[in-house]
Design a protein around this ligand. Structure first.
Ligand SMILES: NC(=O)c1ccc[n+]([C@@H]2O[C@H](COP(=O)([O-])OP(=O)(O)OC[C@H]3O[C@@H](n4cnc5c(N)ncnc54)[C@H](OP(=O)(O)O)[C@@H]3O)[C@@H](O)[C@H]2O)c1
Length: 304
């Protein structure tokens, strides 16, 4: 099969495009012909060796995909359109085929193309687990979403609105119209404004940026407020004893993917702005993603 892979850690230039052996599904796994896979921030962190993960080379990155079943262990039949998110540290979606545990693969909605479905798989799952399962966001609450123009942040804005929350988001000025369209009630230009001077006493913060942004975000919470960050390895240390710091545990399961698909197909969450690249140009897409100022999602077209 054709795949995009790397043989050593490094910059986007270490990504090669070429032939690799087809994956062989183990017991309980389904073999899928991939049509589209998306770029997630984890992909270039993995490629750069930032996770310190020991891996076998060549390594095929890619954590989510949409495609068509070739061989099934039982739940699906050949020809069924499915989508899924890989179980870390196993990846492998930048390829024409993937073998993956069937129980964590979901049916692709007919309404969505493979490109659209790949675009919302991991970001949707992450936003869902963070807002519903971790922060337990409730109707009427106010949430600050850091990084509203990104893949995870964008899905989270729309989901928070759907859940009945008031949403404040941070983004650079060029992305304000975009995040407003996703549902943000208030947008802060983090380049020219200090969010800690504008936002006070919110119920929850969802952080997708990390570093100083995470650390400073605790100040804007009300007493008893909650912060969840997906941009850190473990729950960020809180400087305040009266608030809670959480690290969402983004497990893979079919039920959550079904809910992501339903939210998008029912129009509760709009699709992100999608920029497509062919699989052979994965390195170019990594450069954009690694720049950290991407709007929406980048998707690699594997077929078609
Ligand atoms: N399983 C998990 O736990 C999980 C899953 C998925 C992702 N993640 C993590 O979540 C994070 C976000 O991932 P992603 O894929 O959504 O990233 P992304 O799509 O690359 O998002 C980057 C966005 O961050 C915004 N941004 C950059 N600096 C900012 C700042 N100082 N304040 C506010 N916004 C800022 C940029 O907006 P502007 O252009 O407007 O600056 C850009 O839209 C990553 O760290 C990723 O590793 C974790």
């Amino acid at each position: 099969m054709k795949a995009s892979f790397f043989r050593r850690y490094g910059g986007p230039e270490v990504l090669e495009y070429g032939e690799l052996p087809d994956p062989v599904p183990a017991a309980g796994e389904v073999l899928v012909e991939i049509h589209a896979t998306s770029i997630n921030a984890a992909d270039w962190k993995m490629r750069g060796g930032h996770y310190g993960a020991k891996m076998e080379f060549p390594h095929v990155p890619g954590r989510d995909f949409s495609g068509v079943v070739i061989k099934s262990a039982g739940d699906f039949k050949p020809g069924d359109a499915v989508f899924g998110v890989c179980e870390v540290p196993r990846e492998g979606a930048y390829a024409e085929k993937i073998a993956i545990r069937e129980a964590i693969v979901a049916r692709k909605p007919e309404k969505l193309s493979h490109v659209q479905c790949a675009a919302v798989a991991l970001t949707g799952l992450t936003a869902l687990v963070s807002l519903e399962d971790t922060l337990k966001l409730k109707r009427g609450e106010t949430i600050l979403i850091q990084g509203g123009a990104g893949g995870v942040g964008g899905f989270a804005i729309a989901l928070a609105k759907h859940l009945g929350a008031r949403v404040i988001a941070t983004a650079s000025a060029a992305n304000h119209d975009y995040v407003r369209k996703l549902g943000a009630d208030e947008v802060i230009d983090y380049r020219t404004q200090d969010f800690t001077k504008i936002v006070k006493g919110v119920d929850a913060v969802f952080d997708t940026v990390g570093g100083d942004v995470t650390a400073k975000s605790f100040a804007v919470l009300r007493q008893g407020g909650r912060l969840a960050s997906v941009a850190v390895g473990a729950a960020a240390p809180s400087p305040r004893p009266d608030v809670t710091s959480l690290r969402p545990k983004v497990d893979r399961d079919r039920a959550h993917l079904d809910r992501v698909a339903a939210l998008v197909t029912q129009g509760a969450v709009p699709l992100p702005e999608i920029t497509e690249y062919p699989l052979a140009k994965a390195g170019e897409a990594h450069r954009v993603s690694e720049g950290r100022h991407l709007r929406g999602k980048l998707v690699l077209r594997v077929r078609g």
